[in-house]
Write a protein that binds this ligand. Structure first.
Ligand code: NDP
Ligand code: PYC
Length: 349
């Protein structure tokens, strides 16, 4: 049991306590228990791992989206029939992506183990979350995996000036038996829009190179950036990866691209609706006929990276998790304020 410490500037809560408070807010706002539990799991995981751009601060947007009638509060995700064996398709029925993933993930894992690789297509979902919790659910089962989705237009293509791509997250994971998995998860913009929003709330300027104003001129002002455009990471390379995500997790799976999603929603103040693509690989199945140990070979690579003094992606996250499990999750004044306001107001917010 983690001790709960209240300090002037911050509050430390246990994961169980935070789970109870977030879930109660979502249930009171009218979300079906299946939706509320899945959404709460990713918000609490984000706070536990110090991924603040997808933690408690997202609750306000979720409730706004619910109040605007842009997400189905009672959605029951459904596995769709008549697909090829390596394609698991789940229709989220207008609910959040998270419960659809939870329904489809065990099927995806079984198929990947049987066929070597398989994909999980999620259609018709509302999406606000970080992708790494999904990747970790699959690496925990001994699978390598990647996940990607569009969002809504907030990012200009390299060489352009106006929002076209979403911040289109891309995540990958590789299991490491007996250790935390190798996982990266990033927006294909220089930074996630959630980071820009956190800078705005904190009254902080953006670093150079994150964004342009509505005329396409560089800006460090988060407010101006939110009405202008963010920039892809790595110039033309990030722009191309973002295009790939629009094609694979939009066009290929028969769902919305980021510009179609924005056109349908008409606002970037609500959570967007679109699809998601997750692909899982069984390292054991790939190695079966060839007699090598993919996990041992991967460790040589990871050791070589760390041997140069570099850190692996997610190392910061796992350290934050260990700290939260020992000392609790630290919420700052603004985050505590969001919880208290939402507890008082529920759907009226
Ligand atoms: P960050 O830039 O904070 O981190 C990206 C990744 O790089 C993380 O895996 C991070 O690991 C790793 N990393 C950071 N610094 C180093 C380093 N020095 N060496 C090695 N690895 C490093 O992420 P973003 O701001 O781009 O994205 C944040 C989140 O936003 C993601 O979880 C993403 O899924 C989510 N998102 C969701 C969207 C949606 O539509 N649902 C849209 C856009 C983003 P670590 O965490 O350990 O620092
Ligand atoms: O932080 O860019 C972002 C984002 C968009 C949708 C969910 N998160």
């Amino acid at each position: 049991m983690v001790e709960i410490i209240e300090t002037g500037a911050s509050l430390s809560v246990t994961t169980a306590e935070l789970f109870g408070r977030v879930e109660a807010i979502l249930l009171k706002a009218g979300l079906h228990p299946v939706q509320a539990a899945a959404v709460t799991r990713v918000i609490v995981a984000a706070e536990r791992d110090a991924c603040k751009s997808h933690g408690v601060y997202r609750i306000e947007g979720i409730l706004r989206t619910l109040k605007a009638g842009k997400v189905e509060a009672n959605a029951q995700p459904k596995v769709m029939p008549n697909e090829k064996p390596t394609i698991v398709r789940v229709n989220a029925q207008g609910g959040f992506s998270n419960s659809a993933f939870e329904l489809g993930a065990p099927l995806l894992a079984d198929r990947a183990k049987e066929f070597g690789m398989a994909s999980l297509v999620i259609n018709d979902c509302t999406h606000f979350a970080a992708l790494w919790p999904e990747i970790e659910a699959l690496t925990d089962l001994g699978l390598a995996a990647m996940a990607m989705c569009p969002s809504y237009s907030t990012v200009a293509p390299t060489g352009g000036k106006h929002p076209l791509f979403g911040t289109n997250p891309f995540a990958f994971g590789w299991p490491r038996p007996g250790k935390n998995p190798y996982v990266f998860d990033f927006a294909t913009s220089v930074a996630a829009r959630g980071e820009v929003e956190l800078h705005r709330r904190a009254g902080k300027k953006l670093p150079d190179g994150w964004a342009v104003d509505p005329k396409g001129e560089p800006t460090n002002d988060p407010e101006v950036a939110l009405s202008g455009a963010l920039l892809p990471f790595g110039g033309h390379k990030g722009s191309a990866i973002s295009t790939m995500i629009e094609l694979l997790a939009g066009v290929l799976i028969g769902d919305l691209t980021s510009s179609e999603s924005l056109e349908q929603l008409g606002s970037t103040t609500l959570s967007p609706s679109h699809g998601e693509l997750i692909i899982a690989f069984s390292p054991k199945a790939f190695a079966r006929s060839h007699g090598y140990d993919p996990f041992a070979r991967a460790e040589i690579l990871f050791e070589a990276i760390m041997g140069q003094g570099a850190r692996l992606p997610s190392q910061r996250r796992f350290a934050a998790r260990a700290n939260a499990e020992k000392h609790g999750i630290v919420l700052d004044d603004a985050e505590s304020g969001i919880l208290e306001r939402m507890e008082r107001l529920g759907l009226q917010s």
